[in-house]
Design a protein around this ligand. Structure first.
Ligand SMILES: *Cc1c(COP(=O)(O)O)cnc(C)c1O
Length: 389
């Protein structure tokens, strides 16, 4: 009897040790911001992700209280409602600066150009279910929620965010679809943002998908570590690591996002054996120059996130002011490749409008073939020949 009891005790030990881990760091920048704009919030509240979601900036009154101007007042028919976590707001030094532009609405959103359309990727065409996109032969995108903790003004899925349409019944249907489609070896769980849900919902989804034998690996697509690092609690991490192989693709936009909080949240995930990749949208005036991207990619490697994709900005209605050029994207790749480690060089892709999927683009390194001679150009612009046999 006694022995059984003590073994029970030992089993519950790891959880106790995990939850005894100190709370997430709070950087000086966040503390100063909190004291100024949320003086009544305790440090515990500030560090609590649910407090962060409950107190997110969702109205224009709040926006002007924090950023002190009425410049941001735009009409009600903007494409995307407003939502910014207090933590993410604390990283915004200038509302017109790089991070501010990503989440603060402007009148420019009211301009819709002829090339833009809602659901520009025609995902609906590849959706056997409203919350499942089966675009590629061996993998699916599972939209688990339409809630997100911060609304990026250029969001590809802005047409579905916060419509409150995804429910548990739909989860189970998607899980059943995956179960029946044995060609699906890779499930990407995204949304909205899966990590805005409570631990038990996340565990339900991971467990259900993991139980399907032909699913070889799971991925979570999220912006949470950047906008709400407080969500990466030891409890959540201990759930995630039960479902390996589990990868995570994290949306990052600018080196200013890489705060001590973000560093710690990524370290917790990496320590749990979760390979971390980054996804970045190329955005005009935010990150569309070599120096900013290089600093972002180097910063990501330092917090153990491997740069994965840079996307050309999708043709989402009201995003023309964010669109840089494809040429800039190519210049950025040319400015990284060879000049720094290949680990810091993501793939630059265009998600082809109309449902073509991701198409990779490279600067011209391959100049063509004549007979057995392959003409090449290196990162410095020097030409070389590679002879086959
Ligand atoms: C990006 C994407 C994926 C995943 O693509 P990877 O290249 O494997 O990262 C899967 N489905 C859809 C619809 C996507 O847009």
């Amino acid at each position: 009897m006694e022995e059984k009891d003590s073994s029970k005790d030992r089993q519950s030990q790891p959880e106790q040790v995990d939850s005894a881990e100190p709370p997430l760091v709070c950087s000086t920048q966040s503390q100063v911001f909190k004291n100024k704009f949320y003086p009544n919030a305790t440090p515990e509240e500030w560090g609590d992700w649910k407090w962060q979601i409950r107190n997110s900036i969702t109205s224009y009154e709040e926006l002007s209280r924090v950023f002190g101007s009425s410049d941001y007042e735009v009409s009600e028919d903007i494409n995307l409602p407003l939502r910014i976590t207090p933590y993410y707001a604390s990283t915004i030094q200038d509302p017109k600066g790089p991070i501010g532009r990503c989440v603060i609405p402007t009148k420019e959103e009211l301009i819709v150009t002829p090339n833009e359309e809602s659901d520009s990727l025609h995902e609906e065409q590849y959706s056997p279910l409203p919350n499942l996109v089966h675009r590629y032969p061996d993998r699916v995108l599972f939209l688990t929620t339409d809630f997100c903790s911060s609304y990026c003004r250029y969001c590809t899925r802005s047409h579905m965010v916060s419509h409150h349409e995804i429910n548990k019944k739909m989860w189970d249907k998607a899980i059943e679809y995956i179960r029946q489609h044995t060609e699906v070896r890779d499930v990407l769980l995204s949304g909205g943002d899966l990590l805005t849900m409570d631990d038990s919902s996340i565990e339900y989804l991971l467990k259900s998908v993991r139980e399907i034998e032909h699913v070889e690996f799971l991925r979570i697509g999220t912006k949470i570590p950047a906008v709400l690092p407080q969500r990466i609690t030891p409890e959540l991490v201990s759930i995630l690591k039960k479902y390996h192989p589990l990868f995570m693709s994290i949306h990052f936009s600018h080196p200013n996002e890489l705060t001590p909080e973000v560093k710690q949240s990524c370290e917790r995930l990496a320590d749990a054996g979760i390979p971390l990749g980054s996804q970045t949208v190329l955005l005009k005036g935010v990150n569309d120059d070599v120096a900013t991207m290089k600093s972002l990619m180097h910063g990501l490697l330092k917090i153990r996130v491997r740069p994965y994709y840079i996307y050309a900005c999708d043709l989402v209605p009201g995003t023309s002011h964010f669109r840089s050029t494809v040429n800039k994207g190519l210049q950025i790749i040319a400015g990284l490749r060879g000049w720094t480690t290949g680990y810091a060089v993501p793939q630059f892709v265009i998600n082809a409008p109309g449902g073509g999927g991701k198409i990779p683009l490279l600067p011209e390194y391959y100049l063509g073939q004549e007979g057995n001679e392959i003409k090449l150009r290196n990162y410095e612009g020097k030409e070389f020949i590679y002879r086959e046999n």
